[in-house]
Design a protein around this ligand. Structure first.
Ligand code: SAH
Length: 351
């Protein structure tokens, strides 16, 4: 039997000293996703595509719309990052097909258990460990829902003397956050350096690397990308790291590899990386407003009319996806596109 990750971390830290928060998250999530299907009522959390088919359908509609207005270039490739059960891809590609958009399907996924589930719905898909091997011969339509929040963040903490890396150490045989010993002041932008003791600054080098690569591909091949996640439109201080198990928040350091570790996405930082590579930032919109602009109300009415027995459930799902106190305001949709591609539906004035 493989020893629990907690024991492995304890031994590692006892032998070699504290490890970085990002190392801790990366190992924990790799372990967490590798062997399980975490979604749904019986799992740890539920995502938008698992709530209703309307979510994936409207994403498919958005992709078909921008692809048609960009000139219907073929070949064209659908690339999804962290596709979970493959539900979003099924609903999105089904909707896109009605408009003549039938792209090849590429999944970037590291979990063996989830790959097996994705294969059931998408026998024709091609799997990749990262973006480097996705096709280079035509526009890419890239979708990532709740993918960036699972990537490791780095945290710096302001001590009495200077900024330090936030690490995971050992105290009384328990994992606890500790401050590193080296000054990290040089890693903090000058205008943010002067903060009260205890302030945490969180960044996501892994998400930045994904955006850098996606933007580079869109710039050379054409295409567009949608990143949907919970997070903030503007940078802020503080740790947003949280652990969720069986639909409840649990301590981040108590059960590594057994709970889903996530952090909020800093959309402003990611938009500026895309723009630095010459890519168009189409907008960052609240999920509720974006889905309404794309017609979720009409889609819910049509589905309810064709299945009256399910009408109440359909409207509950719509409310869950769009309601202010539910997913509608916390979750954001960010669109980016190649420089010569048109605006995307649902961003800005259309909402
Ligand atoms: N998009 C799906 C699943 C979200 S959960 C949905 O909305 O339901 C996060 C997904 O990202 C899982 O499929 C997980 O296995 C995958 N993932 C997490 N870290 C990854 C990494 N570093 N590289 C590739 N996939 C990763």
């Amino acid at each position: 039997m493989i020893p629990p990750l907690l024991d492995t971390f304890k031994r590692l830290i006892a032998n070699t000293g504290p490890i970085s928060i990002s190392h801790y998250i990366a190992e924990s999530n790799a372990h967490y996703y590798a062997r399980r299907d975490p979604f749904g009522v019986a799992g740890d959390f539920i995502t938008a595509p698992e709530i209703s088919q309307m979510f994936g359908e409207l994403i498919g509609l958005w992709l078909a719309d921008i692809w048609m207005r960009a000139g219907r270039t073929e070949p064209v490739h659908y690339v999804e990052l962290g596709p979970g059960r493959g539900t979003l891809a099924r609903d999105a590609l089904g909707a896109a097909r009605r408009y003549g958009l039938v792209p090849s399907t590429h999944f970037v996924e590291t979990s063996t258990a989830l790959k097996a589930l994705q294969l059931e719905l998408h026998p024709q898909a091609v799997w990749h460990a990262d973006l480097s091997t996705v096709p280079a011969d035509g526009p890419l339509l890239i979708v990532a829902n709740e993918f960036l929040d699972a990537l490791p963040v780095r945290q710096l903490v302001r001590t009495q003397h200077s900024w330090r890396e936030r690490l995971v150490g050992l105290a009384d045989d328990r994992l606890v956050p500790v401050a590193g010993s080296a000054s990290m002041d040089a890693a903090v932008p000058a205008d943010r350096r002067d903060a009260p003791e205890g302030t945490i600054l969180e960044t996501s080098p892994a998400s930045a690397a994904v955006l850098y690569e996606v933007a580079g591909r869109l710039a050379t091949q054409g295409g567009a990308a949608l990143f949907i996640d919970y997070g903030h439109a503007q940078p802020r201080f503080g740790s947003s790291l949280q652990a969720v198990r069986a639909h409840r928040k649990v301590d981040v350091f108590s059960a590594p590899g057994e709970a889903d570790l996530t952090a909020h996405v800093d959309f402003a930082a990611l938009a500026s990386i895309a723009q630095s590579r010459g890519i168009r930032w189409l907008g960052t919109e609240e999920q509720g407003r974006w889905l309404r602009a794309l017609g979720i109300e009409a889609r819910a009415d049509a589905l309810a009319a064709s299945a009256p027995a399910h009408a109440a459930a359909i409207h509950t799902a719509r409310e869950r996806l769009t309601g202010e106190g539910q997913m509608g305001a916390l979750f954001k949709v960010m669109g980016i596109a190649a420089p010569d591609w048109p605006d995307g539906a649902g961003f800005g004035s259309m909402a």
